[in-house]
Write a protein that binds this ligand. Structure first.
Ligand code: FES
Length: 179
């Protein structure tokens, strides 16, 4: 019997059809499984990256802060980046005191160039060791190159517990701008 001349063409066509079918099926399976996986991995990127850092942070019982006796308090908060939650990270420090009956908090960062401000009990003054700026218990400048008073922080007291809103401010400028 003579060989059918069309046969090789049909086989090639079938092979090509099967090949495309297998590849298409593979791509479909990959798309179905990759979609949810990508959505799962990308989910944290759509969430608020930080929790607690810019809100009020507990600073302890309000009655521990006595008139005219500043206490330096490290402010701790939980932080969350896209994939990690880190418990109790120090976000900053504040000097907290009662002054003329009011609870006050100041950022411990010097408004001049950002050194850590200390408190000298014998002089009743906050002092910066870097360029000798000095501030009174009311936060006002008493000496040195600081362009503005100590940066006050908002405080609130609830059920005897004090919380401080910790913010960072631009240094070296006369006005208080958050950064
Ligand atoms: S950084 Fe405090 S006086 Fe300069």
């Amino acid at each position: 019997m003579p060989k059918d001349k069309g046969q090789p063409v049909d086989d090639d066509g079938r092979r090509l059809f099967l090949k495309l079918g297998v590849h298409g099926l593979g791509a479909g399976v990959a798309a179905v499984t990759a979609g949810p996986a990508i959505a799962y991995l990308a989910y944290p990127l759509s969430q608020d990256p930080t929790t607690g850092g810019s809100g009020f942070i507990t600073a302890g019982r309000a009655d521990r802060f006595k008139e005219g006796e500043p206490v330096k308090v490290d402010l701790l908060s939980n932080k969350m980046d896209a994939w990690n939650r880190i418990e109790q990270v120090k976000v900053g420090s504040a000097w907290i005191l009662r002054h003329e009956g009011k609870l006050l908090a100041y950022s411990s960062v010097c408004p001049h160039l950002g050194c850590a401000v200390d408190y000298e009990a014998k002089d009743h003054k906050f002092k910066c060791p870097c360029h000798r700026s000095a501030f009174g218990l009311d936060g006002k400048i008493e000496d040195g190159p600081s362009p503005r008073p100590l940066d006050s922080l908002e405080v609130k007291e609830e059920s005897g517990v004090l919380a401080v809103q910790y913010l960072r401010f631009k240094q070296g400028v006369p006005d208080k701008h958050t950064v």
